[in-house]
Design a protein around this ligand. Structure first.
Ligand SMILES: [Zn+2]
Length: 123
C-alpha cells in the first residue's frame, strides 16, 4: 500500500521522491530520482480512472439527494461546480495510484522483481 500512497501523492511508486508529472501535468518518462520508467506503467489506467470517477459521481448523486438547499437552482449549480472541480483536481492523484498499482502488479509478477522494496514484499 505504500506504493499506492506514493502514487496518490503523485510521487514515484518505487522511491517516493521523484514527481510523476512535469510541467502541465505531463507524465514524466522516467523518475528523476531513481530512473524508474514511469511511462511503462501508465498503460491501462483507464479502469481505475473510470471506476474512481464513477464513485465520485455516486457521492455527488447522494449529496444531491441528501442536500436541501434553500435555493434549489443555486444549490445544484454549486454542487455541480464543486463535483466537477473535485473530479478534475483529483485526476492526477488517481492516475498516480493507477500507475503504482500497475507497477506493483508487474513487479510481483516477476516482470520487474528488483523494483519492489522489501517493505512491499511482505504485504
Ligand atoms: Zn523513483
Amino acid at each position: 500500500m505504500l506504493a499506492v500512497a506514493r502514487g496518490l501523492r503523485t510521487r514515484c511508486p518505487r522511491c517516493g521522491r521523484g514527481s510523476l508529472y512535469g510541467r502541465g501535468l505531463r507524465l514524466r518518462g522516467r523518475c528523476a530520482d531513481c530512473g524508474l520508467e514511469l511511462g511503462r506503467y501508465a498503460h491501462d489506467t483507464w479502469a481505475m480512472i473510470y471506476f474512481s470517477t464513477a464513485a465520485l459521481t455516486g457521492a455527488v448523486v447522494i449529496a444531491l439527494i441528501v442536500a436541501r438547499p434553500s435555493n434549489l437552482l443555486l444549490g445544484r449549480f454549486v454542487l455541480g461546480a464543486v463535483a466537477l472541480a473535485v473530479i478534475v483536481a483529483s485526476l492526477p492523484s488517481r492516475k498516480g495510484a493507477a500507475i503504482a498499482v500497475n507497477w506493483l502488479v508487474a513487479a510481483r509478477g516477476g516482470e520487474d522483481e528488483e523494483a519492489v522494496p522489501s517493505s512491499e514484499r511482505d504485504c
